[in-house]
Design a binder for this molecule. Structure first.
Ligand code: PLP
Length: 392
């Protein structure tokens, strides 16, 4: 006989979801009202404005898709790619591979620019692909590769793409609010993110934004978007201004309260302060790991502060450590993926998880488990090293 589900309180320091701020959990439990209630409609307008702030854009078409980051990704591809289109996809981890799938399922052909996992997108290779494929109309890339912790140079990618008259689709699922994402300044045409990473919110919504150039392309499509739910021509009617709103689907009312709250918190903190907080916590975590003798996978210049891939010490059983952290410390960290499975741990410092108490707790718990397993690490130095960052 099933009973109520009561999950334990975990500290979430994997690749997402990250810790949800209590204010956001409280917002989620406020009374549900109708999704066309005038008060709710006013709140939707605020959500749009707050997402514009997070993305640093004036794009009118800036909304949360009522589904997780993958639906934001799919929204970009099904609306912008038409059968026969050529799309240059930069892949340096898991999520570029999903972009390829999306292009092909939308009837386009994907030209892949492949980079080693853990490296940023190589601009020279991208330029070569653009020169060899003048028919390409879109460039797609992952700004912050959650599978490795590498960030790519969004502004330079846009400059190259724009010179070749291509639209740019950028995956900002892990970057938004953790590192600068400047949609207008960088000229990104279609971006999507997720609520469960640096926004400190529950999973399940995907903030997206589209430039005028992207909207032109969508409005002038030869063929209908094959997905009814994600067709922006229809969704625009629902997320249009105030009274003009027409029913499209029932909005996830309470999830939108939560997103609204998380964005209000972001605005109160200030975007730049949020970026600095992520960097500072990363610096402390890095000092702790360096002191222990544990290296990072990604070179410093491309390293994401919010997703730290660290090398597993020799001879250490990856799965055993992660399960001991979970069971003995209620601490979740992430496993490596692909060629890095069993070789790295992915430690998230995203949103509400990017706090000193999480950094110090993670270093303490990991050192306790690794010490117990006689792993080749230096003991008794990590916390002091992290603390020296906080006191500097
Ligand atoms: N893109 C990136 C870079 C991600 O990290 C993720 C999820 O971790 C996604 C897309 C897909 O998002 P979701 O799992 O919310 O569907």
């Amino acid at each position: 006989m099933p009973v109520s589900f009561n999950p334990p309180v975990r500290t979430l320091m994997g690749p997402g979801p990250s810790d949800v701020h209590p204010r956001i959990l409280e917002a989620l439990s406020r009374p549900t009202i109708g999704h066309l209630d005038p008060m709710f409609v006013d709140m939707m307008d605020e959500v749009k404005k707050l997402i514009q702030y997070a993305y640093q854009t004036d794009n009118e078409l800036t909304i949360p898709v009522s589904a997780p980051g993958s639906a934001g990704m799919e929204t970009c591809f099904v609306n912008l790619v038409e059968p026969g289109d050529t799309v240059i996809v930069c892949q340096n981890g898991v999520f570029g591979g999903r972009m390829k799938e999306n292009v092909e399922r939308a009837g386009g052909s994907a030209v892949m620019v492949m980079d080693d996992w853990g490296k940023p997108v190589d601009l020279a290779k991208l330029e070569q692909a653009l020169d060899s494929h003048p028919e390409a109309s879109i460039v797609a890339f992952v700004h912050a590769e959650t599978s490795t912790g590498a960030q790519s140079d969004a502004k330079s990618i846009w400059e190259l793409a724009h010179r070749h008259d291509c639209l740019v689709i950028a995956d900002c699922v892990t970057s938004l609010a953790g590192i600068p994402v400047k949609v207008d300044e960088w000229g990104l045409d279609a971006v999507y993110s997720g609520t469960q990473k640096c926004l400190s919110c529950t999973p399940g919504l995907s903030p997206v934004s589209f430039s005028e150039r992207a909207i032109d392309k969508i409005k002038n499509r030869q063929q209908r978007v094959q997905s009814w739910f994600l067709d922006l021509n229809l969704v625009m009617g629902y997320w249009g201004q105030g009274a003009k709103r027409a029913y499209h689907h029932t909005a996830p009312v309470n999830a939108l309260y939560a997103l609204h709250e998380s964005l209000v918190m972001l605005r109160d903190e200030g975007l730049e302060n949020s970026w600095h907080r992520h960097q500072r916590q990363h610096n402390a975590l890095k000092a702790g790991f360096n002191a222990m003798g544990i290296d990072f996978l990604v070179e410093e210049s491309a390293r994401l502060p919010q997703l730290n891939s660290v090398m597993i010490p020799d001879g250490v059983d990856d799965a055993l450590v992660r399960s001991r952290l979970l069971n003995e410390f209620n601490l979740e960290i992430g496993a490596g993926l692909g060629e890095f499975a069993g070789r790295v741990w992915r430690i998230g410092l995203m949103g509400h998880s990017a706090r000193a108490e999480n950094v110090l707790f993670c270093l303490t718990a990991l050192e306790a488990v690794l010490g117990d397993l006689n792993a080749p690490i230096k003991r008794g130095v990590a916390i002091a090293a992290a603390q020296s960052v906080y006191s500097s």
